[in-house]
Design a protein around this ligand. Structure first.
Ligand SMILES: Cc1ncc(COP(=O)(O)O)c(C=O)c1O
Length: 462
């Protein structure tokens, strides 16, 4: 009865039925009216006085507190009709996520069970912002073996996705007095915005059929940081030309610069051994960033950085203000998943699955859309389909009418006006705007939907 009375009085004050300053009946008379014990009413009044809803003064009785009662929050607005897609696309073929229907649920669950059973008590407390030692050890071995990364566990920092790693590194660079980061002229706007969110400018580096033109870094005198996708440029799908790999590492060691290597899908290369990580060439000037978002699932929010010694303290100082650490139990599970060999098995299985789809795509295009040239297929989970000039917009639009979500290559082009001191195309090289194309994420649909998705794609191609 006491609790019900408290709730009713709070409600009356909140909704304005009891106006500020209103004098309440004495506890004795309210108790008599409600058929309650006087103590129950006095107790409820006492509680509401303590919470600040009522005031009690000698001689003036109990009153509703004189304060502005905030209005009831408005009910959530229904989003405007345009923001809600009328229907979900039948096939969503935009790049971004792997085939999440293939997440290895039972292997993950058994790894989680084993990890939880073996977890020391300290795993349940506040841990090291760098991450769980078990995971850092497991990653050090895996990255050296699979990606040629030179990684001691002490140099690994676990983070909540590549995007968090990029945000942290951007803050570290801004704190150290840097003003800008070079980015590839085709890429993800969301990443450029993360860099800008740390107060840094982004400066585009042209991308052509051999990757980013890293030689142009020399033309940007103040620049000391560059973000690249060397193994499989996103979105064009080319790997960085060996000369350009060497050029960027030379540049970094000459000017004391830093390369941020986004190795988002480095595990998925189909026709030969994966291109090793750039970090292996110069671990003091390259931060390697890997993620579980393509190999397992974006929802895990697990990624890792391999950090040069000289950056480690600054990075952990920034990470310790706000982010602290990723969930320790998922970190332990991933460590167990890697150590038990389940990660390698899963990646191997997925590589075969994606490769099969890629081959199906190439065969289907050769037969059904001979005017379309497929590129960027040596690795990754998406391909670039070169279209006849001037058709990109109409193909994307035509696909939307068929309820097929597809994206054109131009959507990924860096659009901000060039900085006056920005790089221009070098003589004899391709201009910065790449030809009309579609970015087709053959990795995204579940297996059972892939043939249908491919069929739908072929129907909208010229
Ligand atoms: C180019 C690129 N980098 C990085 C990532 C991974 O981001 P995160 O680890 O934050 O999920 C993605 C994911 O789709 C990507 O496309």
């Amino acid at each position: 009865m006491r609790d019900a009375l408290i709730r009713a009085l709070r409600d009356a004050v909140r909704t304005g039925r009891l106006a500020p300053g209103t004098r309440l009946p004495s506890s004795r008379s309210l108790a008599a009216d409600l058929g309650m014990a006087r103590n129950t009413v006095a107790d409820a009044y006492g509680e509401l006085v303590a919470e600040g809803w009522l005031t009690a003064r000698q001689g003036s009785g109990t009153r509703v507190a004189e304060r502005v009662v905030p209005p009831e929050p408005a009910p959530p607005r229904t989003p405007p009709a345009a923001a809600v897609p009328a229907t979900r696309p039948t096939y969503d073929l935009r790049p971004g996520q792997p085939d999440v229907s293939a997440f290895p649920r039972s292997a993950w669950l058994s790894a989680a069970r084993r990890a939880l059973t073996a977890a020391p008590n300290d795993a349940f407390g506040y841990g090291d912002p760098a991450g769980r030692p078990e995971l850092r050890r497991a990653l050090a071995g895996y990255l050296a073996r699979a990606r040629g990364v030179r990684a001691a566990p002490e140099r690994i920092v676990v983070c909540a996705g590549f995007v968090q790693g990029l945000a942290l590194l951007s803050r570290v660079r801004a704190k150290a007095g840097h003003h800008a980061v070079g980015v590839e002229s085709y890429g993800l706007n969301v990443h450029w915005n993360v860099i800008r969110g740390a107060g840094l400018r982004t400066v585009p580096l042209p991308v052509d059929q051999r990757g980013a033109r890293t030689a142009e870094l020399d033309r940007l005198p103040g620049l000391r940081t560059v973000l690249l996708t060397p193994a499989h440029q996103f979105p064009t799908g080319v790997s960085l030309d060996p000369d350009r790999r060497a050029a960027v590492v030379d540049w970094a060691s000459r000017v004391g610069g830093l390369v941020l290597e986004d190795d988002y899908d480095g595990e998925f290369r189909y026709d030969r051994q994966p291109v090793g990580a750039l970090q292996g060439l110069d671990p003091e000037h390259v931060v390697y960033l890997g993620t579980a978002s393509k190999s397992l699932a974006p929802a895990l929010r697990l990624a890792w950085m391999v950090v040069p010694d000289h950056l480690m303290d600054d990075l952990l100082a920034v990470k310790g203000t706000g982010e602290w650490q990723s969930g320790a139990l998922d970190q332990l599970t991933l460590a167990e998943f890697i150590d038990s060999g389940a990660y390698d098995r899963h990646v191997r299985g997925m590589r075969m699955r994606y490769r099969r789809r890629r081959d199906q795509l190439v065969a289907a295009l050769a037969e059904r859309a001979p005017r379309v040239r497929v590129t960027g297929i040596a690795a990754g989970l998406h391909a670039v389909l070169r279209l006849p000039p001037g058709t990109e917009r109409s193909v994307v639009q035509g696909a939307a009418w068929q309820n097929l979500a597809l994206e054109g290559l131009s959507r990924y082009r860096y659009r901000e006006r060039r900085e006056p001191d920005g790089p221009g195309p070098a003589q004899g090289e391709e201009p910065d705007v790449l030809p009309d194309a579609l970015v087709f994420a053959y990795g995204t649909p579940p297996d059972h939907a892939f043939t249908g998705a491919l069929e739908a794609l072929c129907r909208v191609l010229p």
